[in-house]
Write a protein that binds this ligand. Structure first.
Ligand code: IVH
Length: 697
């Protein structure tokens, strides 16, 4: 007989959603996973199946609704109910004290008031609206008054709850905070863009803002944005209502009495945001005095450099909402808060000339040659100018004094021009119309920032393709370096990657500084590369967006080149880890006749275009066979996904939680409670470097 509990689809769906939501919160907000990945995936699929069978039961807060299916065609403008003000800046502690003096003159009896010091996250501000506890809208800051509705993209950010974690949520809650790209994701995206010959994002802030405005939310989901909440706005009748009416400029009665149930200080608001299910940056502090603020600012000036995300200052907010209300706003910014910025790593210098470099994909990158300057501890003599549009924006003349910046690990870039310092005889820099390498006309495809040479036999493109083909992660051919490749291409000995396999010691001998032994060694290395597996070959082809990890994923799923070449974009994108952008790029690559011809020639040469399915007894070494590993925190170079793939290739297993059976815990920056647990259980702890050493064994 049926029990009154009932196990209809509705209850099942609800239960699954709850389990998944709790697991996601534990993973993305607390960094303390409760479910192994496989279990999560299984529950997720069960929910998807149930929802597919009962589409009327799908609700916007279901975990399956995090990624939209259809790209948006454009974003709608939304007027913020309450504007997003900017902050006044202080560039040193003296300016900070001057600000303190200004608000103290408006509230003379207050004296030293407690303030909350928070890190200023270098990302993009978002305003999130929850109605009856459900996320209904996510809007960019825009100009502060009007932003863009990017709800679909916001939903892909796993640390943003789709539903608030409290029983009786107020009818309407607005939460504001900073969406940002963790540095490892930023670097990964830029590496992919570089490989794909696309313009690099200048810094994580631009990358975050650009990502949020992507029309295809599936691309956004791949980029792993994160979010820290810092402002809570509750409607009338709750504590922060005073804040709300104040911000809206319609203070009821002027004294803005705070209700009893909501937070009445910024510190309480931060705690409450955590209760609601948000991630709040843990590096914040109540500072009773200006000295405490100064200590916080000094301490974080270096500590911040070890964080896995970018910060550019400290935001100091007077803690008490009643005091905030009393001080109010200027035209642009609150009087009760200030951004205490860290000095940017920017210096002026003079542009002596500009060179354009043609990459492996034909992308043309202009580089400024500078009068050398000291910047963030190194001498900088060259800086990227990104692309043609950036040069016109800068109105760059040779001889101009420009500002050069180095942010994080990134190559220096020219960020601004100071035309007022321009010498009278300085000439405007004319961006080349023809490829400096082959003389063909350059093109700038519609909607793209990159200018390209599209001549496949351009020596720069051929050189790049050869170097890439021989690189360590591709066919790993010892001896294929810039020096030889330049000669081969210049003298017409090699015109494409396929030509490498026709090289003989005799053809190489006449080259400068080539000896018989060396020639033979090179030919042998090239011939031996035919044994490299299909995944490396696929990477070596240099298809845009296909890095070595993606190539492995694709090669596992499509065991032959024929299967991959015949696959439709949808089938390619169905491979776990492969997004639509990558799928399109692979699909298009195989549609180009020159590429088809290259594959055919390489096949004839004997290069592997199929996975070797016979299990070799002494195949790749498996140093981690039988071992169980747990990853925690942010590793310095590998993403979680990459680390997992490497461990699995070495025969190891990755699980979500630490137990006595765990062999190793791999620990990165900001490791959570898993590290403590490992220490308690006496599990061996590894750094990323230790892991890589183990893998190399
Ligand atoms: S409070 C009226 N807190 O900095 C209060 N802002 O330069 C305004 N930001 O637009 C914001 N971290 O995008 C606040 N902990 C933090 C912040 C923060 C980063 C950004 C925010 C704002 C900009 C102002």
């Amino acid at each position: 007989m049926e029990t009154s509990m009932g196990t209809g689809p509705e209850q099942d769906i609800q239960q699954l959603r709850q389990q998944l939501q709790q697991a996601s919160y534990a993973y993305y907000v607390l960094d303390d996973p409760t479910l192994p990945d496989e279990v999560y995936d299984r529950l997720y699929r069960q929910l998807q199946d149930l929802e597919a069978a009962h589409p009327h039961l799908i609700t916007p807060d279901s975990p399956t609704q995090r990624v939209g299916e259809k790209p948006a065609s454009q974003f709608t403008s939304i007027r913020h109910n309450i504007p997003l003000y900017s902050l006044e800046n202080a560039f040193d502690l003296e300016e900070y004290r001057a600000w303190q003096g200004r608000w103290q003159r408006l509230a003379p009896e207050v004296g030293e008031a407690a303030a909350v010091a928070e890190l200023k996250i270098d990302g993009s501000a978002l305003a999130l609206t929850y109605e009856h506890g459900v996320l209904v809208r996510g809007v960019t800051r825009g100009d502060g008054t009007t932003g863009e509705d990017i709800t679909q993209n916001v939903k892909t950010i796993r640390s943003i709850p789709l539903r608030l974690q409290i029983k009786n949520p107020p009818p309407r809650v607005e939460v504001r905070g900073e969406a940002f790209l963790p540095l490892d994701s930023f670097e990964r995206i830029n590496q992919q863009r570089q490989q794909a010959g696309e313009a690099l994002f200048a810094n994580p802030r631009n990358a975050a803002a650009g990502t949020l405005r992507q029309l295809d939310s599936r691309v956004v989901a791949e980029r792993r944005l994160d979010f820290f909440a810092y402002t809570l706005l509750l409607p009338e009748g709750t504590g922060a209502a005073a804040q709300l009416s104040l911000l809206g400029g319609e203070a009821a009665g002027g004294d803005g009495e705070a209700g009893e149930d909501g937070p009445s200080t910024q510190w309480e608001a931060l705690t409450y945001l955590q209760t609601l299910g948000f991630k709040v940056n843990p590096n914040c502090q109540i500072c009773p005095t200006a000295e405490a603020v100064a200590d916080f600012y000094e301490a974080w000036s270096t500590q911040r450099l070890a964080l896995p995300y970018m910060t550019d200052g400290v935001v100091v907010k007077l803690n008490d909402f009643a005091l905030q209300r009393r001080l109010g706003f200027t035209q642009k910014a609150p009087r009760w808060a200030i951004a205490l910025k860290y000095p940017a790593e920017e210096v002026p210098t003079v542009v002596k000339s500009v060179t354009v470099q043609v990459g492996r994909t034909g992308a043309v990158t202009p580089v400024a040659n500078l009068r050398p300057v000291q910047l963030a501890g190194t001498t900088v003599a060259r800086a990227t100018l990104h692309n043609r549009d950036r040069i016109s924006e800068l109105d760059l003349h040779i001889g101009d004094t420009v500002i050069v910046r180095k942010a994080g690990e990134i190559i220096p870039e020219v960020v601004r021009n100071l035309p007022e310092l321009r010498p009278a005889d300085a000439l405007l820099y004319p961006f080349p119309t023809h490829c400096p390498e082959c003389g063909e006309t350059l093109v700038q495809p519609e909607g793209e920032a990159v200018t390209r040479c599209i001549n496949n036999s351009c020596p720069a493109i051929v050189r790049g393709a050869l170097i890439h083909w021989g690189s360590r992660q591709a066919l790993d051919i010892t001896g294929i370096g810039q020096k030889w490749v330049e000669q081969w291409v210049d003298q017409g000995v090699v015109r494409s990657v396929a030509d490498l396999y026709t090289l003989t010691a005799e053809t190489l001998l006449p080259l400068e500084r080539m000896g018989e032994q060396l020639a033979q060694k090179l030919v042998t290395a090239i011939q031996t590369s035919k044994q490299q597996p299909w995944a490396r070959v696929l990477y070596g082809l240099g298809i845009r967006h296909v890095g070595s990890v993606n190539a492995q994923l694709l090669a596992q799923h499509f065991p032959t080149v024929e299967a991959l070449a015949a696959a439709e974009p949808d089938a390619i994108a169905s491979v776990y880890g492969i997004g639509p952008e990558i799928a399109q790029s692979v699909y298009q690559w195989f549609r180009v006749p020159a590429n088809q011809q290259l594959v055919a020639q390489l096949k004839i040469a004997g290069v592997q275009f199929a996975a070797d399915l016979t299990p070799a007894p002494d195949a790749t070494p498996q140093p981690l066979a039988g071992k169980t590993l747990v990853l925690t925190g942010t590793l310095p170079t590998l993403s979680r996904h990459e680390a997992k793939a490497k461990i699995e290739q070495a025969g190891g297993k990755v699980t979500g939680s630490v137990s006595a059976k765990t062999s190793y815990v791999v620990v990165g920056a900001e490791a959570g409670s898993k590290l403590a647990k490992a220490e308690k259980l006496g599990v061996t702890i590894l750094s990323e470097a230790d892991l890589l050493n183990l893998l190399a064994e």
